[in-house]
Design a protein around this ligand. Structure first.
Ligand SMILES: Nc1ncnc2c1ncn2[C@@H]1O[C@H](COP(=O)(O)OP(=O)(O)OP(=O)(O)O)[C@@H](O)[C@H]1O
Ligand SMILES: [Mg+2]
Length: 249
């Protein structure tokens, strides 16, 4: 049986992108399970962010396929990929500083067709419920009325994760979510990630190996656009190739 016949949420096969002849991602294949937290690590320039760019449709691949459920993402536009259930957080935050936490979450709720009367009322209740559920998950229940620009760096990162969670993506991708966070914020973020993978898969790019070991079901080590090693955090940490190119300096 070929790997692509199993029920992976995401199957990346033979993925390559060439920028003026330079292959930032080079014949890459990996598979992400349902409810899995996959962490991608690797030295600067390894191609980690480019992999997320390819999955979310921001960058077009030169070769290869990306199957999410039964959909071929390489043939879809960025907004179609979002609608198919893929959410992505970028390295730089994109919250609205002059809006409250509540408003930031509310505006991120996916808009359906416009509705009227009793239906609109029902929808308002649905939005309120979802906002409060997500605010709880991201530790911001007590700060719903605070302006977003007054939050700490870590709280802003959580809010941004919340803005993605509101849309209930089946696959969530986070690029270095704990960069610049305090130790206690990191611990809370690990807890947050465990909570949100109950019914979704998450791909996280991360450098902090202690944090990686805390959250990862499986780690993929990238180097020069290819997989150098893959396995549990323990396995990759002990891998001589990984120590040589990534951990050992
Ligand atoms: N749009 C682009 N055009 C040309 N080169 C690019 C483009 N995007 C990325 N690259 C190059 O591809 C390589 C991989 O970059 P990428 O940002 O994916 O690395 P990374 O693993 O995320 O690194 P870091 O840990 O520093 O974030 C780098 O050499 C980068 O300069
Ligand atoms: Mg990067």
């Amino acid at each position: 049986m070929s790997a692509s016949n199993t029920d992976f949420v995401l199957a990346v096969e033979g993925l390559t992108v060439s920028f003026d002849g330079f292959k930032a991602v080079n014949d890459l294949s990996f598979y992400v399970d349902k409810d899995e937290i996959r962490v991608i690590v690797g030295p600067n320039g390894a191609g980690k962010t480019t992999v997320l760019d390819l999955i979310c449709g921001r960058t077009k691949s030169t070769e290869g396929s990306i199957k999410f459920r039964n959909k071929e993402l390489t043939k879809m536009k960025e907004h179609q990929i979002v609608r198919a259930g893929v959410g992505r957080k970028f390295q730089t935050p994109s919250i609205y500083g002059d809006l409250t936490v509540f408003e930031n979450l509310e505006i991120s709720f996916p808009r359906g067709r416009s509705v009227f009367g009793a239906l609109a009322f029902k929808r308002d209740a649905e939005v309120l419920n979802r906002v409060s559920e997500v605010a709880d998950m991201i530790f911001l229940s007590d700060l719903l009325e605070s302006r977003a620009d007054l939050l700490s760096h870590g709280q802003k990162q959580w809010l941004e994760i919340g803005m993605l969670l509101i849309q209930d993506p089946e696959l969530l991708m986070l690029d270095e979510p704990v960069a610049g966070m305090s130790v206690s914020e990191r611990r809370q973020t690990a807890e947050l990630l465990r909570r949100i993978t109950k019914d979704r898969s998450v791909i996280v790019i991360e450098h902090d190996m202690q944090f990686v070991a805390e959250i990862a079901d499986k780690v993929t080590v990238l180097h020069q656009g290819k997989i150098l090693a893959e396995g549990s955090a323990e396995e990759v940490k002990a891998d001589p190739k990984v120590i040589e190119v990534y951990l050992g300096h």
